[in-house]
Design a protein around this ligand. Structure first.
Ligand code: CO
Length: 206
């Protein structure tokens, strides 16, 4: 598909939206008031709005390789702060996905590329939960387990970030989900998040 075609697609989409919901763009132009913050993987198969059926204006989105929330990542922290304190989001969704290339790479030898520095964060999780992961019978199942554990750890990172701790009175809920690129379905990982919290009592700040 050519670049020109994308611009044509955009004109057609804009016209269709305006036809179906007259005044839609004019309403959005004055303000955004999304209820949700989505923190997801940059993977092209996991487009936030599309898989949860939300139009523009409903979800604030941050995506990076393997949906990580790193304590020193100013980009992610700025998104978190803006979403919670300026936009007033009520729910934060950390969404990972099965078949995540970043997670797979964390179980392979390093290739020394820039992205390997980023993936190092997932290697640390794999090391920390080595016994849990190796309980899975196949390499595929082990990778899937690490995809789930990665989400759970990032949920804990969001919950225990200074931004969320300072905004405790706002009652923002943090959810961990995983998306299956093979069937397009989301699954709630809340039970695994609770397991991870139980395994890491020293991280409990609240
Ligand atoms: Co991914």
């Amino acid at each position: 598909m050519s670049i020109e075609h994308l611009l044509e697609n955009n004109r057609a989409w804009s016209a269709r939206m305006e036809r179906e919901r007259p005044g839609f763009f004019k309403g959005l132009a004055s303000q955004q008031k999304p209820r949700y913050l989505w923190i997801g993987c940059a993977d092209s198969r996991v487009p936030a709005n599309e898989i949860i059926g939300l139009p523009p204006g409903e979800v604030f989105v941050h995506r990076n390789v393997a949906n990580l929330v790193v304590h020193s990542d100013l980009n992610c922290l700025a998104v978190l702060d803006f979403a919670v304190n300026a936009l007033g989001v009520e729910d934060i969704i950390v969404c990972g996905h099965y078949g995540c290339g970043g997670v797979q790479a964390a179980l392979q030898p390093t290739e020394g590329r820039i992205v390997d520095h980023w993936i190092r964060h997932i290697r640390d999780i794999a090391k920390h939960y080595k016994d849990d992961i190796e309980r899975e019978p196949t390499a595929t199942a082990q990778t899937r387990r690490l995809c789930e554990l990665n989400v759970a750890v990032q949920v804990v990172h969001v919950r225990e970030s200074p931004v969320l701790l300072a905004a405790r009175s706002k009652g923002v809920q943090v959810h961990g989900w995983i998306y299956d690129v093979g069937d397009g379905l989301l699954r709630d990982l809340t039970p695994i998040v609770d397991e991870v919290r139980a395994l890491e009592p020293s991280c409990r700040l609240s």
